[in-house]
Design a protein around this ligand. Structure first.
Ligand SMILES: Cc1cc2nc3c(=O)[nH]c(=O)nc-3n(C[C@H](O)[C@H](O)[C@H](O)COP(=O)(O)O)c2cc1C
Length: 232
């Protein structure tokens, strides 16, 4: 695919702001152990409710950065949408043959970051990644708008394609295969991934970069969680 010539010099143009000069002080909140819910899932539910409250300024509160790594430990990350959470973990949906899908299959460790900057908060979960049951995937797929259902079939996610025309042609072909009113089946290569956390950290920005970081860590006993404060 043709691409523009590179700029003559590698210096940023005069209009580019200097990132080193961008500085914000975080002072809206604090997080103390006695404020924390008994479980990470209750605490996440509280913060998720805050992030989705109209007027708080968090865009797409369920957008989360999902990191995976290849079998030889090379990481990659991308934004996905959280579609469910409970005491078992966090659920997202994707194409199992995408880069993230392949990496999760070959190396079961992953991480999610919820970047709720408008609240001066982030949540970081680290753990193992597993596929959700087929029944759970099919239930969710059935709830999606038809256009998104077809989109899941159309996109061989993460593969190189010649142009958008490839997508348009495949979309038209599949729309004809399953005309409006005909249920679109769940693609076998598409489904849910659940990040089963070993740790879930709640981060609240504070002044002078002395932030609050409280982390739930799974103890050896399966259902026991330890709360620890981490240095910012
Ligand atoms: C706000 C936002 C939400 C997204 N949600 C999803 C999603 O839920 N599932 C998904 O597979 N990709 C989603 N994407 C696209 C991914 O970021 C990514 O481009 C795609 O999944 C391919 O990633 P991979 O090649 O690393 O596997 C989203 C992107 C953005 C910016």
């Amino acid at each position: 695919m043709p691409h523009p010539d590179p700029p003559a010099s590698d210096e940023a143009g005069p209009d580019a702001p200097d990132p080193a000069g961008l500085r914000q002080s975080y002072q809206t909140g604090r997080l103390e152990p006695d404020q924390l819910a008994a479980t990470w899932v209750e605490q996440f539910a509280r913060w998720f409710a805050d992030a989705t409250t109209p007027g708080t300024g968090v865009p797409e509160a369920n957008a989360t950065v999902f990191a995976t790594a290849s079998a030889d430990g090379r990481p990659s990350a991308r934004t996905v949408l959280l579609k469910g959470f409970d005491q078992r973990g966090f659920v997202i949906y994707t194409n199992y043959t995408s880069r993230k899908g392949r990496e999760a299959a070959e190396n079961p460790f992953g991480s999610l970051v919820f970047p709720w900057y408008a609240l001066e908060r982030q949540v970081v979960a680290i753990g193992t990644v597993e596929r959700v049951s087929r029944a759970e995937t099919e239930r969710y797929f059935a709830s999606r708008p038809r256009g998104s259902q077809l989109g899941a079939w159309v996109s061989h996610q993460s593969q190189i394609i010649e142009s958008r025309d490839v997508l348009a042609a495949r979309d038209a072909e599949l729309a004809a295969r399953w005309p409006t009113g005909t249920p679109v089946p769940t693609p076998p290569f598409w489904g849910g991934l659940r990040l089963v956390p070993d740790t879930v950290e709640f981060w609240q920005g504070r002044t002078n970069r002395l932030h609050d970081r409280l982390r739930y860590r799974r103890a050896c006993a399966a259902d026991r969680w330890i709360v620890e404060r981490l240095s910012p």
